[in-house]
Structures are given as structure tokens and as C-alpha cells.
Unconditional design. Structure first.
Length: 239
């Protein structure tokens, strides 16, 4: 049985989330503030953390920082904030996905299933693929700079589980159009597909991390109204 830790200061929401997740077969521990959440995680490492950003004792990003200091457990952020910067900050700190309040319990459960599934080790192999100034190793799940990269390119790039899931399906179909529906089903499952805005958000983050000119992408391409395409380096610029 998977063990989940839910950290939120809204008592009614915390109760509803606990009941719903328990009904789906999870063992659920709850905490009403950041300090209690960190202590609960230290006592018993969860398989996934559901974390509200607006906690009474500390910002949720500080909780993410505290967890990421010693564990790679998947973190699903709950946010009632409308500013997308709050979500970006949480993802940059190490969160893996987010759900905006108010949310549907079926959506939350689908995100939990998806993150747990992607966190389990797989016996997969894969090539090393050049994306911008980086080498993406699909088997090792690492992104490192190429030998020819400019000095300001970081040695390594961290991708969240959701970013990996989006990137991997594109890289495994080089040059081919992958429809938005295919991507949504692959990343979030067929049980509950989020809106296409999630894909736009994650593609923008991948371009920011991997493309030399994120506003003018050459490899992680959008096909308006259809989907997305990964263009291998050796064909970029050719006619």
C-alpha cells in the first residue's frame, strides 16, 4: 500500500482529501503546517507528498526545499494562487506537478497515480539525444552539457518527473507529430486528461531549460492546433 503525506492548513479540505485518497487504497498521513509535514516525512518517508503552498508557519516552497535536501519523493503542489510565478517557483524548487484550487478529487487522484507510476523504477534503455547545448540520456535520466557548449551553459539540468514524461515521448518519436491528446494521455493518463494549457506550460519550461533561444525554439516545436514535434539536430535548418 502506497503511503501519502498530505500537508494543508484547511481542515475541511484536508479531511476530504484524506477520505478520498484512503477510499482509493492509499495509506494517508496528514499535517496542518509545514513543520508538522517535514517532521512526519522524517518519521516515515512517504511515497508521495501532496503539499499546499499557503501554509501558516512557512511558505510551501520552504517545505519543498526541506524535503529535497534528503529525498526525491514526488511532490504534488496544491495552489490557490493565481499567479503562475508561484507555480514556477515551486517547480524550480523541486516539485513535480501542480493542481490549482479548487480542484476535482478525480483529477487529484489521477495526478497522484501518474506521479507514483512515473516514480517507480523502470528497466528501460534509450539513446543519448542532443537537444540544444545538452545531451539527454533517456536511460540514465540525465541532462548534461555538450563539450562544445558555451561556458554559460550549466553542467547539468534538473527536470521534474512531469517534464521528463513530456520530453521522453517527443524524443522517442523524432521528427514525428505527437498530438496533444497523445501527450496528455501519456503523461496524465486516460482517466483524467487536463487542459492543453498544461502542455503549453511544460513545453515552455522545457524550452527555457534546453533551447538556446527559448522564444525561438528550433527543436521542441509547436504545431498549432495539432500537437508538438521534436526536430533532431541533424535535420534542423535542412530543406
Amino acid at each position: 500500500m502506497k503511503h501519502l503525506l498530505v500537508v494543508d492548513d484547511e481542515a475541511q479540505l484536508l479531511l476530504a482529501v484524506r477520505i478520498n485518497l484512503q477510499a482509493r487504497g492509499y495509506d494517508v498521513t496528514v499535517a496542518a503546517d509545514g513543520a508538522a509535514g517535514l517532521a512526519a516525512a522524517a518519521r516515515r518517508t512517504p511515497d508521495l507528498v501532496v503539499l499546499d503552498l499557503g501554509l501558516p508557519d512557512m511558505d510551501g516552497v520552504r517545505v519543498i526545499d526541506g524535503l529535497r535536501g534528503w529525498t526525491t519523493v514526488p511532490i504534488l503542489v496544491l495552489s490557490g494562487r493565481t499567479d503562475s510565478w508561484d507555480k514556477v517557483e515551486a517547480l524550480d524548487a523541486g516539485a513535480d506537478d501542480f493542481v490549482t484550487k479548487p480542484f476535482d478529487m478525480d483529477e487529484l487522484a489521477a495526478r497522484v497515480r501518474s506521479l507514483i507510476r512515473r516514480s517507480e523504477p523502470e528497466n528501460t534503455t534509450g539513446p543519448v539525444i542532443a537537444v540544444g547545448n545538452h545531451l539527454v540520456d533517456l536511460a540514465a535520466r540525465t541532462v548534461t552539457r555538450t563539450a562544445e557548449a558555451p561556458a554559460d551553459v550549466p553542467e547539468a539540468v534538473r527536470l521534474t518527473r512531469t517534464e521528463w514524461a513530456v520530453l521522453e515521448i517527443l524524443l522517442r518519436h523524432p521528427g514525428r507529430l505527437v498530438s496533444s491528446k497523445q501527450l496528455l494521455a501519456h503523461v496524465w493518463g486516460t482517466e483524467h486528461e487536463p487542459e492543453g494549457s498544461y502542455l503549453r506550460f511544460y513545453l515552455a519550461r522545457l524550452r527555457q531549460k534546453l533551447e538556446p533561444e527559448p522564444s525561438n525554439p528550433r527543436q521542441l516545436l509547436t504545431e498549432p492546433g495539432m500537437g508538438y514535434r521534436f526536430q533532431p539536430l541533424e535535420t534542423v535548418g535542412k530543406t
